[in-house]
Design a protein around this ligand. Structure first.
Ligand SMILES: [Zn+2]
Length: 198
């Protein structure tokens, strides 16, 4: 029988995406056995994140500063804006500095099935950002899923009257593909070959 503390930790870990009860138990055992090299660094990292993490009010990225490091990076082209569904997608595109511009995180995708409506996503914020001017091109980098494409289509309609070029990731992306799972070569190719929204 494990102690209540160990049980609580196991249950918390088991609720994480990609982990189940079995892998959570293995992770806990690992942490217990390697107190100095695994447990203590993990506790410190969790604490730092808990204390300092904020959501960027401009783009929706998660960082220790608001505005985030991407929004304040002077080397990035402010005229280029890439719209993604989730922070994980932003990180995927940003991992190898594939995209030289800035980002806008929607916080999900339109979905009739899950009851996600336009007002549930940061679409109005995107419109205000683009309306404020200074942006030449908006790259719609929603996932190549039905819902991702529906979302891109909806945003394209809303942005239609604004003086920006709209483009979309090239169809090198596998159908049903989610950005977060793509390797960098595939993402780079999809970005380079991005095409205007018809
Ligand atoms: Zn930001």
């Amino acid at each position: 029988m494990a102690s209540p503390e160990i049980d609580a930790l196991t249950q918390a870990l088991a609720r994480l995406p990609g982990l189940g009860p079995r892998s959570a138990r293995r992770a806990v055992l690992h942490l217990v056995k390697r107190r100095e090299t695994a447990l203590v660094p993990l506790v410190r990292a969790l604490q730092a994140v808990e204390e300092r993490l904020v959501v960027c009010a401009t783009c929706g990225n998660v960082d220790t500063h608001d505005p985030c490091a991407i929004c304040t990076d002077p080397r990035r082209d402010p005229r280029l804006l890439c719209v993604v569904e989730e922070v994980a997608d932003l990180w995927a595109l940003d991992r190898s500095r594939l995209f030289p511009g800035r980002f806008h995180v929607l916080g999900g995708r339109l979905s009739a099935l899950d009851g996600v409506r336009p007002e549930d996503l940061a679409i109005d914020a995107l419109l205000s950002r683009v309306s404020a001017g200074g942006i030449d091109e908006v790259v719609l980098a929603t996932n190549a899923t039905l819902e991702g494409q529906t979302t891109a289509h909806y945003i394209a309609e809303r942005l239609e009257t604004l003086p920006v070029r709209l483009s979309q990731l090239a169809h090198g992306l596998p159908v049903g593909g989610e950005l977060d799972y793509m390797d960098e070569g595939t993402l780079a190719q999809a970005l380079r070959a991005r095409r205007p929204v018809a």
